[in-house]
Design a protein around this ligand. Structure first.
Ligand SMILES: Cc1ncc(COP(=O)(O)O)c(C=O)c1O
Length: 375
């Protein structure tokens, strides 16, 4: 029998999701337009304790709407980490502003306050904090700095739904938070996202930018501005509602995956797991290992070794400022020193963390990795 491939990601879809989606396919979504989206948004608001939520087709669109709604434009600078998915920063370029790449903290792997301070200039208008792999940064001093300098603080919580910092849920930090419900994420709607905020002006702007420049009131055939069409479908929202109702079970499974890896790697002191940052609870979206520089393990050799064993892994995010998308377009960005982002990319990988993984799979993965490290 052929060995089953162990995937990096995998959602948890049960009959509960299937039944809710089937229900949404019947005509009530058409007769009662936005019913499922509103219910989904209400769940998100309740969970994150935000006043407003807007469901979007993906997390990248939510960041685009956040920047547009807060008036970020050409000539402005936005500080963001050099170590993240491109979706965190592409919308900065799309609104005509400049990305300022800053470094991540050695402990929590999210933007560090020191690096933000180094990156700050008179043109800085916003900071995009990314809660990398579900880990939370030290939000208190960063929020204080943003307030002092009157900067818009956006929480990119694409990877951290279900994480907490000082008992506050991810999705509740800064002026605007964004979520992603991409197929790889803890809670998924296939593709999907959301914008969360407490400011009615920002929410109203986001609604208008997401709906061809139409305001909720007045003649719905007349647009006030030329804008975008960024709306989530009823089918996606129905799937999301069912996923949210199972959030506790899903988070427990993620925690168990992390703990199983942790237990296994205790046998090999050179292999370290991403640490949950101080004062926080991580959703353990994606278990990640790293090793000391002196070990001289090559990321690609390790990934290829595991691939031969039918185990899918992924390297750490390559530094954005070294990608052609940016290095070929010097006017898109300004770089600061981002030593740790560059260094950690050479000595860490993401391990299979899908919700369908078994303890036996994890034990096997760990044994292969330990063998690779010790022989
Ligand atoms: C940190 C981060 N930001 C933004 C995004 C963009 O989300 P989406 O893929 O839903 O557009 C992702 C998703 O992969 C992400 O991981």
């Amino acid at each position: 029998m052929q060995k089953r491939k162990i995937n990096l990601f995998g959602p948890s879809i049960t009959n509960f999701e299937i039944d809710n989606v089937s229900k949404s396919l019947k005509l009530d979504w058409f007769q009662n337009y936005n019913k499922y989206q509103q219910e989904f948004e209400d769940y998100l608001k309740n969970f994150t304790k935000r006043k407003y939520a807007l469901a979007t087709p993906c997390g990248t669109h939510a960041i685009h709407l956040a920047l547009l709604s807060a008036g970020i434009k050409k000539g402005d600078e936005v500080i963001a980490p050099n170590a993240t998915w491109i979706g965190s920063v592409a919308p900065i370029v799309q609104v005509g502003a400049k990305v300022v790449f800053a470094d991540i903290d050695k402990e929590n792997w999210c933007l560090s306050l020191e690096s933000i301070k180094r990156a700050y200039s008179k043109k800085t208008k916003a900071i995009i904090m990314v809660n990398l792999y579900g880990n939370m940064p030290d939000y208190d001093p960063i929020t204080l700095f943003a307030k002092k300098k009157k900067l818009l603080l956006i929480e990119d919580a694409a990877e951290s739904f279900g994480s907490f910092y000082k008992k506050k849920p991810s999705g509740n930090f800064g002026d605007i938070s964004i979520l992603s419900f991409h197929s790889t994420k803890t809670i998924t709607t296939g593709e999907g996202g959301a914008l969360l905020c407490n400011d009615k002006r920002i929410y109203d702007n986001a609604v208008m930018f997401s709906d061809h420049g139409r305001s909720k009131k007045g003649n719905r055939l007349k647009s006030e501005i030329v804008a975008f069409k960024y709306k989530m479908s009823s089918i996606q929202a129905a799937m999301g509602i069912a996923q949210l109702k199972r959030l506790k079970i899903i988070l427990r499974k993620k925690e168990n995956i992390f703990k199983r890896y942790e237990k296994n790697f205790k046998k090999c002191i050179e292999i370290k797991l991403i640490k949950t940052s101080k004062h926080s609870v991580s959703n353990h979206w994606l278990t990640t290992i790293y090793w000391p520089n002196k070990k001289k393990i090559n990321v690609n050799s390790l990934i290829n070794f595991l691939k031969k064993k039918k185990i899918e892994t992924r390297p750490f995010f390559p530094p954005l400022n070294q990608m052609k998308a940016f290095s070929n377009n010097r006017n898109y960005y300004r770089s600061t020193i981002t030593k740790f982002s560059e260094d950690i990319a050479t000595r860490s990988i993401n391990l299979p963390s899908g919700l369908n993984i078994s303890n036996k799979d994890i034990d096997e993965i760990c044994q292969h990795i330990i063998n690779f490290f010790t022989y």
